[in-house]
Design a protein around this ligand. Structure first.
Ligand code: GDP
Ligand code: MG
Length: 325
């Protein structure tokens, strides 16, 4: 039995809030993807070259990314040929298997933050408006619920209102926050927060940053300074540098990410606004083009709308109902 069948069988039997979130959060993407596959199914009885070309287009239009899409289609076509399969339903299954393999090929699957030190430090980066501050609030809430002592650093000192926005979240979630004055040096806020976190034995420090990218040099300088301060205080780099990408920006988001990679060592992606896009394939493009795992996925603006990335739930949410079930 293929992976896809196994996933479907395992997941369709049990339901959980996590699964419900994936299924409803991927509504738009699924409708787009499954509808297009269904159209293709009614157009072709058996597979042929043209069919695979159209299948490739569907993946590309779902933001899977051209290279990844070609890779997945080649693998699907090769397996179908080797097993002498031309039935479209069966090919759909092979396709989802290959999507799974494309993501898992050279990486580990765990997304959860590891708490191996007394204090774990997360640096959250990304351009303006992608959802950094909202994601930070969601993470705070998540780890506070798990019993962690959480501190926030309001490192976005540039955008008017950014500090207040984080303060409001901190009050709502009931976590402590270190702020500086507007336009003060973000690194000094991070420094104060590190001192406090160490002295008062916090488990987790989450640092917000500004999303200014007027010049790449500026971004690099600012992140380098923060990294230096963190290194000096912890004797190691930040435990995670999480880059926030807005799923609705598609391939642009992938390009933006590359600018950040030149500036700092990014360890994972938080993919936001999955609920607002119909192109859910972006996850596969990120993995393939950026070689960095998606650690968290956000399905809305509310505090609970975050889940650790789970490939099986994602593919299930994206393809549920395929084959008219
Ligand atoms: N639909 C949706 N909106 C989101 C999500 N995450 C953030 N937003 C919205 O995106 C906007 C920008 O978010 P913000 O956290 O301020 O972005 P920042 O500039 O990167 O800090 C806000 O209106 C958020 O409510 C999400 O997962 N889904
Ligand atoms: Mg912000």
């Amino acid at each position: 039995m293929g992976l896809f069948k196994k996933i479907k069988e395992a997941l369709s039997k049990k339901s959980s809030t996590k699964q419900e979130k994936y299924v409803s959060g991927l509504d738009k993407s699924r409708k787009n993807f499954v509808d297009k596959l269904a159209q293709l199914q009614s157009k072709y009885k058996n597979s042929n070259e043209e069919y695979f070309d159209e299948l490739l287009q569907i993946l590309i239009l779902s933001d899977v990314g051209v290279n990844t899409a070609m890779h997945i289609i080649d693998a699907t076509q090769a397996e179908a040929a080797a097993s002498k399969i031309t039935d479209i339903h069966q090919i759909n299954e092979i396709l989802v298997d290959k999507m799974f393999v494309a993501y898992t090929s050279d990486d580990y699957l765990t997304s959860e933050i590891q708490f191996v030190h007394d204090l774990t430090v997360l640096l959250i980066v990304g351009v303006n408006g992608v959802g950094k501050t909202t994601s930070i609030a969601k993470l705070c809430n998540r780890y506070k619920k798990q019993g962690k002592k959480v501190l926030l650093a309001a490192g976005d000192t540039f955008r008017a209102g950014a500090i207040d926005q984080l303060k409001i979240w901190a009050e709502r979630v009931k976590v402590d926050i270190v702020t500086g004055k507007e336009n003060s040096d973000p690194s000094s806020v991070i420094y104060d927060a590190l001192k406090k976190a160490k002295a008062e034995h916090y488990d987790l420090l989450i640092c917000d940053t500004a999303g200014r990218v007027q010049t790449k040099q500026h971004l690099m300088d600012e992140l380098a300074k923060m990294n230096r301060i963190i290194f000096k205080e912890l004797q190691r780099p930040a435990d995670e540098v999480l880059l926030v990408i807005d799923a609705t920006t598609g391939q642009n988001g992938v390009l933006q990410a590359k600018a950040f990679f030149d500036a700092t060592a990014v360890s994972g992606i938080i993919l936001t606004k999955m609920d607002s896009t119909s192109k859910g394939g972006i996850i596969l493009a990120i993995k393939d083009e950026l070689k960095i795992p998606v650690k968290f996925i956000c399905f809305g603006e509310k505090i609970d709308d975050i889940e650790e990335f789970d490939l099986e739930q994602y593919l299930y949410g994206l393809t549920k109902g395929l084959e008219g079930e």
